[in-house]
Design a protein around this ligand. Structure first.
Ligand SMILES: C[S@@+](CC[C@H](N)C(=O)[O-])C[C@H]1O[C@@H](n2cnc3c(N)ncnc32)[C@H](O)[C@@H]1O
Length: 272
């Protein structure tokens, strides 16, 4: 859920199609990109790899394994910080994102760091790459929770991965959907059913147009999705809130983070 809710927007839970999700989220990320990068850019690092608001890095967690000499695709790459980290570590990192403005920030950081991440505008449900092009596909809070047709997205990841390839992604921990998206005490009381998969939707009050969407799947849904698309689940990492970390990001905070997980990182590989 977003940390930039304008006053003229109302929140609903209701079904939304893939077309509607994409039509909302692309322009939303275009509008939000400047503020997002200004607010979170230093925390992410221009060539840093952070898996979530708790601040755990790929250097710490080693989720992807050795990336050197590997073809690596980041889906929902934003300004390409993680893929830039991949490049520094000898991998051929490529980015894909729905938002034109996020990709402009990626180009800006390419210039500022001197580490270019070739990136393309596209959607997770229709990857513009030939089959078996990548050794690793990953998302760090990118794309997956914004997609309605999640089976299409997983089928696409499977198609572009080489046999045995790795797929890792971080998302808002599914249990968080039970709670109000509040970093303080109110965010610790369950008020919604964990099993209610109805999407979170922001609607522009004046026009009635859907302006932002997020989709919820339970932990069991993710396990079944991965199995259905021939992935073998190797790990589910639930990063703990670090001792020395006090940063608030949207609904993520120390108050909640020491009691309940905020991020889930799934680590899987394609059956060889
Ligand atoms: C929370 S950002 C994460 C980006 C980056 N990993 C970071 O930490 O800044 C989510 C990104 O997913 C992108 N996104 C949303 N829906 C998408 C879709 N259907 N396909 C590809 N990217 C999408 C957004 O444009 C945004 O840049």
């Amino acid at each position: 859920m977003e940390d930039h809710l304008p006053q003229s927007v109302r929140v609903e839970r209701r079904p939304v199609s893939e077309r509607e999700s994409r039509a909302a989220n692309g322009p939303d990320w275009d509008r939000y990109a400047d503020e997002y990068q200004a607010t979170h850019g230093a925390f992410l690092g221009d060539a840093g790899f952070v898996w979530g608001p708790e601040g755990h890095t790929e250097d710490e967690l080693a989720i992807l394994g050795d990336v050197s000499d590997r073809d690596v695709l980041e889906v929902g790459s934003g300004a390409g910080q993680c893929s830039r980290w991949v490049r520094i570590h000898g991998g051929r990192g490529f980015g894909l994102d729905l938002s034109h403005r996020q990709l402009q920030h990626s180009r800006r950081l390419d210039g500022e760091t001197g580490i270019g991440v070739p990136s393309v505008r596209g959607t997770a449900t229709d990857l513009p790459f030939a089959g078996a092009s990548f050794d690793i596909v990953f998302c760090s809070f990118g794309a997956l929770q914004f997609v309605s047709d999640i089976d299409d997205a997983l089928a696409e990841v499977r198609r572009v991965l080489r046999p045995g390839g790795r797929f890792a992604f971080s998302i808002t921990h599914p249990t968080r959907w039970m709670f109000p998206d509040d970093p303080g005490e109110p965010g610790l009381t369950a008020t919604q059913s964990y099993w209610d998969r109805t999407p979170y939707v922001e609607v522009d009050d004046a026009s009635g147009v859907v302006s932002y969407v997020e989709h919820h799947r339970t932990l069991g849904d993710w396990v079944r999705l991965l199995a259905r698309h021939h992935f073998v689940l190797a790990d589910l990492v639930e990063p703990e809130w670090p001792e020395d970390h006090d940063r608030v990001w949207g609904g993520w905070s120390r108050t909640r983070g020491v009691l309940t997980p905020g991020t889930a990182i799934f680590v899987a590989h394609l059956a060889a």
